[in-house]
Design a protein around this ligand. Structure first.
Ligand code: ADP
Ligand code: ASP
Ligand code: MG
Length: 436
């Protein structure tokens, strides 16, 4: 993300092409991304093709980014775990990229059946350049010439999401779970698209996960800033990196249902109204590590967290207790998928610094309140803590940003915590509009 010089060498470009009328017209480009549920079977794939064709016929250049069908990526991960207990990052990426390859070819076939030229491209063929980090590579630039050539030839171009190619290692990479969102918005930035449409299995971005909170309200719009906080706090409807691309390159993102044509949620720079609380997010994908009896001396935190960073583990929340008799406890959260490695690294570091021991806790969840207006409002944190207390939810860790407050709670309490906060801040369908 920081290598702006390499990335997106052709921002805001618009394809000049011959319109079907025979006149030279400037076509605007639309990038449409379809998630797993939206391409889950043959019927859904034909529906995606029909929508892309309709958009093409309305006079737009269309680039479609697809995810793997249904839960195919999960199935491949399970299959690999049945074959081997060891980690094989390069081969894992070779395996997982096959999922998007299946859907891209099928979507292209279904589009051609409408009599419109189509071409599917792997991430590597589309020139999506990434870092070499298997499993969580970052897009550092997009060549995109084959995409542009396809568009100039009047085709609908299909690009496999979630994957790229490292120019350093010449290997195929994947971008991390949900990475097709990042592919789509980065492509939209490179091509100068007017919008990046994210088609998914819900009607847009809601005030909370609608699968957990039945009365969650669909938002008409949300700022990049708020969406970034919600996504980073676990609202998986958009991958955080896709929102970062949108914000940096000013690409409006329209999150909408692939099941009907209704308007969804616009993620953009400014919103008409600034809400005190825009939504509640939850994340049950992390685990907690506690290092006990850490001598309370300068540099010990550095000696604990440096090896974790070197091992590529991203630490989220950190709490250090008040020191008692010269020793303290330090707790931190990590993605559960990194827990085994984090525990190993923490045990070695704990021994080196003379700490008493290490505990891990799988059963935690994080709940977060997000809203741009909270920075000017007093008492939001105390109200949040009171609501959690009233629902018998114990708070184990707290972290804040200017527009977010997050609490770690017991995993079993997450439903009550999210619903309680959603009701307590009046975010539900009936009352929405006067929250805070
Ligand atoms: P896709 O396969 O289309 O990328 P995802 O499963 O990645 O779909 O993301 C969509 C899911 O995100 C929804 O089904 C919903 O359960 C979840 N979600 C979590 N928080 C929110 C939210 N605030 N608004 C909408 N959806 C959310
Ligand atoms: N198929 C990948 C995943 O399941 C990428 C995506 O869907 O965005 O994470
Ligand atoms: Mg997704």
């Amino acid at each position: 993300m920081d290598r702006e010089g390499v990335a997106f060498t052709c921002p805001r470009r618009r394809a000049e092409t011959l319109h079907p009328s025979g006149t030279l017209a400037r076509m605007s480009i639309v990038v449409q991304k379809y998630g797993g549920t939206s391409v889950a079977d043959a019927g859904r794939i034909r529906a995606v093709a029909a929508r892309a064709v309709e958009t093409h016929k309305s006079g737009k250049d269309v680039v479609v980014v697809v995810s793997a069908m249904g839960a195919y990526t999960d199935d491949l991960i399970v299959l690999a775990a049945e074959v081997t207990e060891n980690s094989h990052p390069r081969e894992m990426d070779m395996l997982l990229t096959s999922g998007e390859r299946i859907s891209m070819a099928l979507v292209a076939m279904a589009i051609e059946d409408h009599g419109i030229g189509s071409m599917s491209l792997t991430g590597s063929q589309a020139g999506i350049l990434t870092t070499e980090d298997h499993g969580h590579a970052e897009i550092i630039g997009i060549r995109g010439d084959r995409v542009r050539e396809g568009l100039s030839a009047g085709m609908i171009v299909i690009v496999a999401g979630f994957q790229g190619f490292s120019p350093e290692t010449r290997d195929v990479t994947t971008l991390g779970r949900g990475g097709s969102d990042a592919t789509a918005v980065a492509l939209a930035a490179t091509l100068g698209a007017e919008v990046c449409e994210i088609y998914t299995d819900v009607d847009g971005v809601f005030t909370a996960d609608p699968r957990l909170v039945p009365n969650a309200t669909k938002l008409d719009e949300i700022s990049f800033e708020e969406m970034l906080e919600l996504a980073a706090a676990g609202a998986r409807v958009l991958m955080p990196r896709s929102v970062e691309f949108g914000r940096r390159y000013k690409i409006p993102i329209h999150v909408r249902s692939s099941f009907h044509g209704g308007a969804g949620t616009w993620v953009k720079e400014e919103t008409m109204e600034e809400a005190i609380i825009r939504g509640v997010a939850h994340d049950a994908s992390e685990a907690k590590v506690t290092v006990h009896g850490v001598p309370d001396q300068p540099s010990l935190a550095a000696q604990l967290f440096e090896p974790l960073a070197q091992a590529g583990i991203s630490v989220d929340m950190i709490v250090q207790n008040v020191s008692l008799k010269g020793v303290t406890d330090i707790s931190f959260t990590v993605p559960r998928t990194d827990l085994e490695m984090a525990e190993k690294v923490a045990r070695t570091a704990a021994e080196d610094i003379g700490a008493a021991g290490v505990d891990v806790d799988h059963n935690i969840a994080k709940v977060s309140l997000v809203g741009a207006g909270m920075k000017d409002e007093l008492g939001i944190a105390s109200k949040m803590f009171r609501i959690l207390a009233d629902h018998d939810v114990n708070i184990e860790m707290i972290s804040t940003s200017p527009i977010r407050i997050s609490c770690v709670v017991r995993g079993d309490d997450v439903g009550a915590a999210v619903q309680g906060l959603h009701d307590g801040f009046s975010l539900g369908d009936e009352e929405n509009g006067n929250n805070g």
